[in-house]
Write a protein that binds this ligand. Structure first.
Ligand code: GRG
Length: 326
């Protein structure tokens, strides 16, 4: 990884972590155990790739309309929190004994292993429900502060922002649910221990892993004011990054260590999962990750009329994902 980018990435992840921290609800009240488990699971860290993508894809487009940033940035931050909560929720549920049964995640005990199975399930549920709650509350606050026109934003502009908000929420929900990540996980669970066709394998990878990465690029862009055809291009880029990311995940499951990954290795083998690596072998898997990432980077390079610094960041981030060790 280029030194300058590595430094920029560390700095950006630090600010993303601060944004996420502010979004986690306070641990108090009779339901404090579940609130504590939410804090534990989200604060455990992780690479924060999805919120990073939301922020940077928003920055690709935001300069086009003056006034949008002032109104929209807190809303963008709320979507970054929501996305990390939905992603973390999926990790909580994926680790449960009824799924992969993993005891470690992000370098510490997995949520169910620390809090018990019932609370591990409820933690995932709670994060999932808190995600739309946090974005709705953030948007409501902005609307009440900015309506009336005395802050220099017209009703017409507010209407346009509201449309962007609803579209972003629609993307978040659709790409997380039965037509997105959850749909991919369903086929993954059902096909465990069985041979997969290429079509089934790609369906799982595109949905289970790709959908949230696509959503991240699309949500940022739509809040920044991107047009439909621009969203479509980002959806295609997100799909390529998603499949490459999952194949790299399979490679690391075979080749890495528990210490580096912060979660069990050889989990796919032990859970009887058919993966890209188990079908095509490590060498072809590496080649596919490289080829898909290169295509995604080329497509990012060719996006018209976007902020060059943010484009560069997303290209470097994609390149980093090929060579990631965890
Ligand atoms: C919560 C709507 C909802 C559904 C749950 C259990 C489930 C359905 C889905 C599981 C999806 C899953 C675990 C996909 C794997 C994706 C993947 C490679 C995750 C690891 O992502 P990283 O490497 O993790 O970004 P960190 O820890 O860095 O955040």
């Amino acid at each position: 990884m280029k030194m300058a980018f590595s430094h920029e990435l560390d700095e950006t992840v630090r600010s993303v972590n601060e944004i996420i921290k502010k979004g986690i609800p306070e641990v108090k009240g009779l339901q404090s155990t579940v609130l504590d488990s939410m804090d534990y699971s989200v604060e455990a860290g992780g690479k924060r790739i999805r919120p990073l993508m939301i922020l940077k894809s928003y920055e690709l487009y935001r300069d086009r309309t003056s006034g949008r940033d002032e109104f929209m940035l807190p809303v963008v931050h709320s979507f970054m929190c929501a996305m990390e909560m939905i992603h973390t929720s999926s990790l909580c549920h994926d680790d449960l004994p009824c799924m992969d049964g993993d005891k470690y995640r992000r370098g510490r005990e997995s949520t169910w292993f620390k809090y018990g199975e019932a609370m591990g399930t409820l933690c995932g549920d709670a994060l999932l429900m808190y995600a739309p709650e946090i974005v709705a509350k953030a948007y409501k606050k902005q609307l009440s502060e900015y309506s009336g026109g005395d802050k220099g934003i017209t009703q017409e502009e507010l209407n346009a922002y509201s449309l962007s908000f609803v579209r972003a929420l629609d993307i978040l929900m659709e790409k997380s649910g039965v037509y997105g990540m959850l749909g991919g996980q369903v086929v993954d669970v059902e096909m465990t221990g069985k041979p997969l066709t290429d079509e089934q394998l790609m369906f799982i990878y595109k949905l289970k892993t790709g959908a949230l990465l696509q959503a991240s690029l699309m949500i940022g862009a739509v809040l920044g004011g991107a047009k439909d055809e621009e969203l479509k291009r980002l959806e295609d880029i997100g799909e390529k990054i998603g499949v490459a990311f999952q194949i790299q995940d399979d490679i690391l499951d075979e080749t890495s260590t528990v210490e580096v990954l912060g979660k069990p290795i050889h989990s796919d083998d032990e859970n009887n999962k058919t993966t890209y690596v188990s079908i095509y072998g490590l060498s072809d898997a590496h080649k596919e990750v490289e080829s898909l990432s290169k295509k995604a980077i080329d497509e990012l390079k060719n996006l018209p009329d976007v902020n060059d610094q943010s484009r560069e960041f997303l290209m470097n981030l994609t390149d980093m994902l090929i060579n990631r060790k965890k």
